[in-house]
Design a protein around this ligand. Structure first.
Ligand code: ZN
Length: 190
């Protein structure tokens, strides 16, 4: 396994929509998935998309255990999503504040509360899972990456943009209060 470099905003690979994975037996693909997991953990991310390691394939990894970068996040089981498609279950949304391993700032943006994701697992087996709350936000963030999107595209309130340092200093307390009910409803739980 290897820790790979993470392209930053402005790198064209982050803006190219990824293409579906078809060959799951490929050793190269399985190594890619292992390297993405390693890279996500090394960077303390809650998720990472293949184009964030420079590969234009539709695969992302999510997983939160105890995370120093996101200490408030409920745990998410380590999950590999291949060719994921999101169906939004209703019109409920919540206001998150997100960061990204490819973007040096954080900011406010709306996420759907209740979604179902279909796709494949890393071995090509059909995958389906309902996500709610913060974990649903994490999945939407990664699927945005796979479509060539970044958090800055969704930040409608630009005055909420902040460095990580200033978010911790000035924004974290109010954010934690705001998302407490969303954390309560976050699924799945390990
Ligand atoms: Zn990201």
């Amino acid at each position: 396994m290897a820790v790979l470099p993470i392209p930053q905003i402005g790198d064209p690979v982050l803006r190219i929509p990824t293409t579906d994975v078809t060959n799951f037996d490929d050793e190269w693909f399985q190594t890619l998935v292992d390297d993405m997991i390693e890279t996500m953990r090394e960077a303390n991310g809650a998720g990472i998309a293949a184009n964030q390691v420079g590969v234009s394939s539709s695969v992302c990894v999510i997983g939160v255990d105890h995370n120093d970068r996101y200490p408030y996040k409920p745990a998410i089981p380590l999950t590999v999503l291949v060719n994921p498609i999101i169906e939004v279950l209703d019109d409920e949304q919540w206001l998150n504040n997100e960061g990204c391993l490819s973007v040096p700032i954080r900011g406010d943006l709306y996420r759907d509360m209740n979604i179902v994701v279909t796709g494949k697992d890393r071995y090509g087996k059909p995958f389906e899972q309902v996500y709610r709350g913060l974990s649903a936000g994490t999945v939407q963030h990664e699927v945005d990456h796979l479509m060539g999107g970044l958090i800055v595209d969704r930040m409608d309130n630009r005055t909420s943009m902040t460095t990580w340092e200033n978010f911790t200093k000035n924004g974290m307390a109010a954010y934690l209060e705001r998302i407490a009910p969303v954390i309560e409803r976050t699924e799945p739980r390990p």
